[in-house]
Structure formats: C-alpha cells, structure tokens
Design a protein around this ligand. Structure first.
Ligand code: ADP
Length: 447
C-alpha cells in the first residue's frame, strides 16, 4: 500500500494529483522551487519541501533533490504528473533503487516508447496501424530512395523528437535534401541526437488519441478517444471527447486494438496511444507513457478518475473497472487557458488581480490560480483548464459559451477570448476541422 505520495510537479497538475491522493486517504508532499513558495499545491499539501531555485533544471528536474525530499519526508511513492520527469526512465530506475514506488509505467516501457523508431516498430508488432514510412533511421545514402518509395509529400522526423521540434515536410523530391539537413540539425540542437526517420506526410488528418490503463499483469482497458486536432504549433489548444469524426463502431474497434496491445505488453498505469486519422484510417504516431493534460475530458464522459486508477495499479491493487463497466456518457470539451496574449500568444506573466471561476452543472476548472497569485515567468504558461460536459455536443457547446462569459481573470492577458471566438465558429460547431484548421484560422484573422 502507498501511504504518502510526493508530487514531483507544479501548477494545476500538482493540485490535480493532490486531490486524488486526499480522496484515497493518502498523505501528500509538495515540492516547489523558490518561485513557487506561494503556489496553491504547496498550500494544500500536508507537507512541502523547497527543492531549489526557479529554473526547472535546478528544481523540478533535479532528481537528487527530489529523492532527498522523499527520504526527508518518508514519502513511499512519487507521482510525476506530466512534463518534467514523467517520461524519464532514469528517474523511474533511481526511485526503484531507493525502494520508492514510481506511479507510472516500468522504466523499460518508458524507454521503449521514448524512442520514436522503436515505438513505431513495437506498435507494428502489437498490431497497431502505423503511418507508412522508413524502416528505421534514414541517412544521406538512403533518403532519396526511401522518399521515392513512400511517395511525396513526406515528413522527416527526429527519433528523439518531442514538442513538434525536428520535423520537416518535403513536398517534392527537390525539397528533400534541405528538409533532411534542417531536420537533422534541429534534432541535434534540441535533443543532442541527429537521428531522423521518414513518414508519409498526411495532408488533412485529425489528431485522435486513445486513453488506456493497464495493471501491469496483463489486464488493460481503453477509455475511448480524445480529438485534439485544434493545435497551434503542434500544441493542443482545445480537446474534445468523443471525436466528432468517429462513430461507436470505429471507437470500439480502435480502442480494442490499443487495449489488446497493452495487454500483450503487460503495460502498467495510464497511457495514451496517439494517431493521425484520415479517410477512415488510423495511423499511429507515438505513445505517451503518462497522464495527459487533456485527461479530464475522458474522466467527464466515463466517470473514471484516472489518477485514482494510476495509484491503484502502482500499489498492486489492480484496476477498479473492467472494459464492460465503461459507459461513455455525453460530450466533453477542454480549453487550455494560458497566460498569453490571445492574438500574438506571447507569454503574459504577472499578478492576477481578480479571479472568478465559473460553476454549475457539468463544469470543472482545474487551476492553481487565485486573486493575488503572481505567475512566475519561468515555466509554461498554462494557468488552468476549463472542462465542460453536456449530454450532447450541442448542450456542451451551449454550456461552454455560457461558462466562458462567466470566467474572470484580471491583471494578466489570457487565451479566454480565443475560446469565445471558437465556440461561436460554424466549422467548430459542425465539428469540421483538421490539424491545420486553427493555424489557418489564426492566420486569416491577423491578415
Ligand atoms: P511530437 O512528439 O514532437 O509532438 P508527434 O509525432 O506527436 O511529435 O507529432 C506532432 C504533430 O505533428 C501531430 O499531432 C501532427 O499535427 C503532426 N504530424 C506528425 N506526424 C505527421 C505525419 N506523418 N503527417 C502529417 N502530420 C504529422
């Protein structure tokens, strides 16, 4: 059994994990940098430890300090949240060596999915459909031949990629060498690893991902999909469940493929299998071996608390539900509220002078923000997530419109006005959008 969890994260996700621990009667330890001493997750935790100065590499990414904080407080488990150390296999190994439970998958599975070429090969072996592409790495010698074989346009991607970096499109053969060289140098600069591979470039796909949870013993379930096609610079902005593009049959089919793959792997914990979806076909792009920012929309339509499940399986207690217990109910949308200028997307740190979160049936706000809170400039600009649930997509959209009008965040700029625009847009109302829709929409607005 787990009795005390150290939460190795900050912001809304630290608060999210803390809430789950409290509901399970588990004691909590918050860690924080000097910049986050007044953060809500620190105030609400049973204990807190300052682990260093503001830069992440000296605090939230400092494994030694986090392990020391576990030893000082007697925490017997660590929840990594998302980002920071959540997909760091070495961190999982070190915790295990110290007898501390990592609330997440095995280090081996984190490694397997962290390298995109291995992840793709593993997915193929597990029966998951993948994007047509190169067999492993492409080099100066085989790049042209591989491109011709796959057929243009193609995408060159970094093996160690993340956050949309080290990715270049070659529309025709003439663009190929330049795309190859640029992707390699970007990959080398961003990840210290210049290795790249090649995929067919899909022109108008949707981004659809499947939530899975496994117990590490060969039982696994899926919790349906999330549609995260509304992206800016490969960053998700608005997510919904279910996808407006799928029917029940398609959902259950791809969901079952992913759950079966997780059973074969004996996957432990929560994970997300990400796909591009075009013309009725799914193409695997990667698997994230952690909780996702957008997990609450899945919780809204299934009633399953994913952090409860993560903690249960980490402590050997198994899943609380079987696939047959999962009922998908209604529709949910999440808006990521960033402290950014809604037109230029430049960060807008500072002090929040007024904060009023909306409420009512079907409304969830995950945020550590409050009036008087000073947003530090050192971390990402997500200050909260608004999650709205309705019995139908139409009800959900109407509710979202009402709720956006109620939300007050003063003193800083936020992306709330962007969502007010989107909720009134006809394409969005029709669910008619792909991964390029938002970029085109924003470009047209500034013209
Ligand atoms: P990262 O790990 O850097 O986020 P992903 O492989 O998850 O990289 O891809 C990020 C985004 O890039 C996808 O959501 C999609 O918008 C785009 N993308 C990735 N692969 C392809 C592809 N083969 N064709 C078209 N777009 C792609």
């Amino acid at each position: 059994m787990i009795s005390k969890v150290l939460i190795a994260n900050r912001g809304e996700i630290a608060l999210r994990v803390l809430r789950a621990c409290k509901e399970l009667g588990i004691a909590t330890v918050a860690v924080h940098s000097t910049a986050d001493a007044d953060a809500m997750h620190v105030r609400l935790a049973d204990e807190s430890v300052c682990i260093g100065p503001p830069p992440s590499r000296d605090s939230y990414l400092n494994i030694h300090q986090i392990v020391a904080a576990c030893e000082i407080t007697g925490a017997d488990a660590v929840h990594p949240g998302y980002g920071f150390l959540s997909e760091n296999a070495k961190f999982a190994d070190i915790l295990e060596a110290h007898g501390i439970t990592f609330i997440g998958p095995t280090a081996e599975h984190i490694r397997l999915m962290g390298d995109k070429i291995t992840a793709k090969q593993t997915a193929m072996e597990l029966g998951i459909p993948v994007v047509p592409g190169s067999d492993g790495e492409v080099t100066a010698e085989n790049v042209l031949e591989t491109g011709r074989k796959i057929g243009f346009p193609v995408l060159i991607k970094a093996t160690a990629g993340g956050g949309g970096r080290g990715m270049k499109v070659a529309k025709t053969e003439d663009d190929l060498m330049e795309a190859f060289d640029t992707a390699r140098s970007e990959a080398s600069a961003a990840f210290g690893n210049a290795a790249v591979y090649m995929e067919k470039y899909l022109e108008k796909p949707r981004h659809i991902e499947i939530q899975v949870v496994g117990d590490g013993e060969g039982n696994a379930i899926h919790l349906g999909e999330r549609d995260c096609s509304l992206q800016r610079r490969h960053q998700k902005v608005w997510e919904e469940a279910n996808s407006p593009a799928l029917n029940v049959e398609q959902r259950m089919k791809i969901g079952q493929i992913c759950a079966d793959a997780m059973k074969k792997m004996k996957y432990r914990g929560a994970g997300t299998v990400e796909f591009l979806y075009e013309n009725g076909e799914f193409y695997f792009i990667e698997m994230n071996t952690r909780l996702q920012v957008e997990h609450p929309i899945t919780e809204a339509i299934t009633g399953i608390d994913l952090v409860h499940e993560q903690i249960r399986v980490a402590s050997g207690g198994g899943l609380s539900v079987t696939q047959e217990d999962i009922v998908f109910s209604g529709h949910a949308i999440e808006c990521r509220i960033n402290a950014e200028d809604p037109r230029t997307f430049t960060p807008s740190p500072g002090t929040i002078t007024h904060f009023h979160a909306p409420g009512g049936l079907g409304v969830r706000v995950d945020s550590g923000a409050y009036a008087g809170y000073k947003i530090p400039p050192y971390y990402d600009s997500l200050i909260g997530k608004l999650i709205v649930h309705g019995r139908t997509r139409v009800e959900c959209m109407m509710r979202l419109r009402r709720v956006l009008d109620e939300f007050v965040v003063d003193g800083i700029k936020t992306t709330l006005p962007l969502f007010q625009d989107l909720v009134s847009n006809q394409d969005i109302a029709n669910g008619d959008y792909d991964i390029h829709w938002l970029e085109k929409y924003l470009a047209a607005k500034t013209d």
